[in-house]
Design a protein around this ligand. Structure first.
Ligand SMILES: [Cu+2]
Length: 258
């Protein structure tokens, strides 16, 4: 079937229209609360990948939708398939070159560069030092978490019932599991790390906004690795407070325990 100019122009217009709608949606406010430096970084990377990916996606949709509507069978169905069509010519070549280079490009940026930034987060977010302001040991088990603070305070479903951390501080979670693989995920910070039995993994966050689960459900510590029957219940609210509130909270939990 020859590719007439009329068809090419129609597909191009359809492609442009779908792309415009898609790119506009990228900037719609569809993201959950942004609670940390890391969340800002991840959201901008996500938007960047969407901006690049939408024209590729809409090109496929435009061609398939146009072809399906224009060359659909009308009237009686033919008894046999049509002759096979071989993909050659300039369109497949350009397609391969463009999508191939895009794939290699995103592997390097933001893939490799983003990973390097995240893994050096001690210096990336202006830490300039080797230690976090607050280290919390998170332990996963079927099906809950415990969080141990440096002063000996422990938070769990039965005690404290929420994880509290100070705003504008570098908080490091040292993560362990005592049974199977779980995963510590805090949606408001866009950060997640696996909890692996016999090994300590860690993730660091720098919360930049006050927040609580009551106001936004992405303020929670959630298991993100299917780990059995009550996996979905394996979560606790997280609250980000000022430093003075944080100290007061620690003190109140202490006195409660005695
Ligand atoms: Cu789990």
């Amino acid at each position: 079937m020859p590719l007439h100019g009329k068809h090419l122009i129609s597909v191009a217009l359809l492609w442009a229209g779908l792309t415009a709608i898609g790119e506009l949606l990228v900037f719609a406010d569809l993201f959950p609360a942004v609670g940390s430096h890391e969340a800002e970084d991840f959201d901008s990377i996500f938007r960047f990948l969407l901006i690049l990916g939408i024209p590729v996606f809409t090109f496929v949709i435009a061609v398939v939708a146009y072809a399906a509507l224009t060359w659909r069978v009308r009237g009686e169905r033919p008894a046999e398939d049509g002759p096979p069509i071989r993909g050659s010519g300039w369109i497949p070549r350009i397609w391969l070159a463009v999508t191939g280079s895009l794939a290699v490009f995103v592997m390097i940026y933001p893939g490799l560069t983003g990973l390097a930034k995240l893994q050096s987060s001690y210096t990336t977010y202006g830490w300039g030092k080797e230690e976090a302001d607050l280290e919390i040991n998170a332990t996963a088990f079927m099906w809950q978490w415990t969080f141990d603070y440096p002063d000996g305070t422990q938070v769990s479903l039965t005690k404290g019932k929420e994880v509290v951390i100070p705003v504008n501080k570098h908080v490091r979670f040292n993560v362990n599991s005592i049974d199977v693989v779980h995963s510590l995920w805090i949606p408001a910070f866009r950060m997640k790390i696996d909890a692996i039995p016999g090994r300590t993994t860690y993730m660091t966050v720098f919360p930049t906004e006050l927040g609580a689960y009551d106001e936004d459900q992405s303020y929670r510590v959630q298991c993100a690795e299917l780990c059995g029957l009550d996996h979905s219940k394996m979560w606790l609210p997280i609250r980000v407070v000022s430093e003075s509130e944080f100290e007061a909270w620690l003190a109140s939990l202490k006195s409660e325990g005695k």
